[in-house]
Design a protein around this ligand. Structure first.
Ligand code: ADP
Ligand code: DAR
Length: 342
């Protein structure tokens, strides 16, 4: 493998931290599952416009390729190589009200966590047989859920494109053909082994074998962030009765992308900010101050429409689940107050 020829304007963390020295040190290393540096960086090499550009193949990747992952984790999360992640998913610790009780600005709230099964490699190098086994284990447990979490599993294979497009348009289902995931090997054998579980009201959903083996999602209209969090905490607890998730003392829950490590939580609102968003500098100053990320209304790599933005916590590692949601809550309160003052 030759040192990649990055374009001059490449701004990804891969370009920044894969120096020739790091490359020479790591290029012949392999994890016990056979994951190589070439596999880890292929997405960022094929997509030089990546923000990060690197994915892991298993828990061991974060140790074997530490010379590359550690500075990326430090820069993205502000989390050092000797720190220990501590989770706290207890809803009783979340003392927040609804920041927009009349739903004047907040259209909807969604909180998701990524999880991968202990005993399996990550989606980047999982075999078709292993991925099908993950689908069987997870969908089997979900089908036994009762009450508010009771629902049905819909494999992607055999789903009509009309149903698929409707679910994506209504923000319930993952998009297809993401070029970053493609180059990371996460779309292999598509659509085999992929699918979505959801309850009747589509307030509890689980994506199986997209970027992570599970994306556990709680979502609803309006801004009752606490209610969304309680449902998610209950669902994760129920799932953990039947399966063990990949995690480490240092990095918390292990995910394919280093940006999702730790809590693997993204808590977001779809919020109307037509006035504030006109002042791009102020908008960015406020979201940076509260460690928030701005996405378009169809998620990552999408555009905002009609002055509606997907605002979510940026930090996921080195802070607890309760603190992730507090980041969102505190930031949204400030955004609403400024929007109303303009
Ligand atoms: P992820 O959140 O899983 O990292 P994306 O950013 O691609 O992935 O978002 C996945 C889907 O969830 C997209 O359709 C997006 O519009 C939808 N979504 C995210 N936040 C919200 C929200 N607060 N309300 C409704 N839909 C949302
Ligand atoms: N698109 C890749 C990953 C960035 C973080 N988003 C994830 N993991 N969905 C990039 O490097 O830009």
């Amino acid at each position: 493998m030759k040192y990649p020829n990055f374009p001059k304007d490449c701004k990804s963390m891969l370009c920044k931290y894969l120096t020739k020295e790091v490359f020479d040190e790591l290029k012949d290393r392999k994890t016990p599952n056979g994951f190589t540096l070439e596999m880890a960086i292929n997405s960022g090499v094929k997509n030089p416009d990546s923000s990060i550009g690197v994915y892991a193949g298993d828990k061991e990747s974060y140790e074997v390729f530490d010379l590359l992952f550690d500075p990326i984790i430090q820069e993205y999360h502000g989390f050092g190589k000797n720190e220990k992640h501590v989770s706290d998913f207890d809803p009783n610790k979340l003392d927040i009200d609804n920041p927009d009780p009349k739903s004047e600005l907040i259209l909807s709230t969604r909180i998701r966590v990524g999880r991968n099964l202990d005993g399996f490699p990550l989606g980047t190098i999982i075999s078709k047989e292993q991925r099908d086994e993950v689908e069987k284990i997870v969908s089997g447990t979900l089908k036994s859920f009762k009450g508010d979490l009771q629902g049905e599993y819909f494999p992607l294979k055999g789903m009509t494109s009309a149903v698929q497009e409707k679910l994506i348009k209504e923000h319930f289902l993952f998009k297809e053909g993401d070029r970053f995931l493609e180059a990371a090997g996460l779309n292999r054998d598509w659509p085999e082994g992929r699918g979505i579980f959801h309850n009747k009201k589509k307030t509890f959903l689980v994506w199986i074998n997209e970027e992570d083996e599970l994306r556990i999602i709680s979502m609803q209209q309006g801004g009752d962030i606490k209610e969304v969090f309680v449902r998610l905490a209950n669902a994760v607890n129920e799932l953990e009765k039947d399966m063990k998730f990949l995690k480490s003392d240092h990095l918390g829950y292990i995910t394919s992308c280093p940006t999702n490590l730790g809590t693997a939580m993204r808590a977001s609102v779809h919020i109307k900010l037509p006035k504030l968003s006109q002042d791009k500098k102020l908008f960015k100053t406020v979201t940076d101050k509260f460690h928030l990320q701005i996405r378009g209304i169809h998620g990552e790599h999408s555009k905002s429409e009609g002055g509606i933005f997907d605002i979510s916590n940026r930090r996921r590692l080195g802070i607890s689940e309760v603190e992730c949601v507090k980041d969102l809550y505190n930031g949204v309160k400030e955004l609403i107050s400024i929007e109303r003052s303009l």
